[in-house]
Ligand binder design. Structure first.
Ligand code: GLN
Length: 199
């Protein structure tokens, strides 16, 4: 059962941030586990009403074509864009990165190349130095991962593998090609949580 924000708290400083995880398809549970272990309340997002009152949103990995169909079916595209316009931070990983690009939700001025690392090496691990994350590189798990093929000036590339952009930020949108939610390294999620407004 998804944890929700505790109700009835008087002091807002005692209220946990509430992070939605798009749960139409794909690897949403690993993100929830990681966020909860970091002391964050989570809510699975399946319909537009689930976006109400969120402090942040994660779009997980999965299959971007299936996720696109789910977003259309549930009428989520416009509500997701509104959420972003309101300044709510969004983290997209793998298929989530694809969903943020120009050809999908168009929340970041970039074009993702799907399955970009080729059919021979569909899945691999690599160290990624991510700008803004201290303490050494992240061990990125890449599963039929995209890379960022092109981007506009407002997109800041935060990390590369073999000269290919695999981590980027634009305003409060954060996108990574890899699965940062698998394993125990919380640093990327910490950076995402830190981009939220204090409650
Ligand atoms: N290859 C998938 C896609 O194009 C993304 C893979 C993933 O999210 N692990 O949607």
């Amino acid at each position: 059962m998804p944890l929700d924000r505790p109700t009835g708290l008087i002091s807002s400083s005692a209220t946990l941030p509430l992070v939605g995880v798009l749960a139409l398809q794909g690897g949403f549970e690993a993100h929830e586990r990681m966020l909860r272990s970091m002391g964050t309340a989570t809510r699975e997002v399946r319909v537009p009403a689930d976006l109400d009152g969120l402090d942040g949103l994660v779009i997980p990995g999965g299959e971007s074509t299936t996720m696109t169909l789910g977003i259309e079916r549930e009428g989520l595209a416009e509500p997701l864009r509104t959420l972003a316009r309101q300044g709510t931070p969004i983290l997209g990983s793998c298929a989530g990165l694809i969903m943020l690009d120009r050809d999908h939700l168009s929340l970041m001025d970039m074009r993702a190349e799907r399955n970009a690392f080729g059919r021979q090496i569909r899945s691999f691990e690599a160290d990624v130095d991510v700008k803004g994350i201290d303490g050494g590189p992240l061990r990125g798990i890449f599963i039929r991962a995209p890379w960022i093929a092109e981007h506009g000036p407002d997109v800041e590339i935060l990390g590369e593998v073999d000269g290919r952009a695999v981590a980027a930020r634009q305003g409060r949108m954060l996108a990574v090609s890899f699965h940062a939610e698998l394993g125990t390294d919380e640093r990327l999620h910490r950076m995402f949580l830190e981009s939220m407004r204090p409650r």
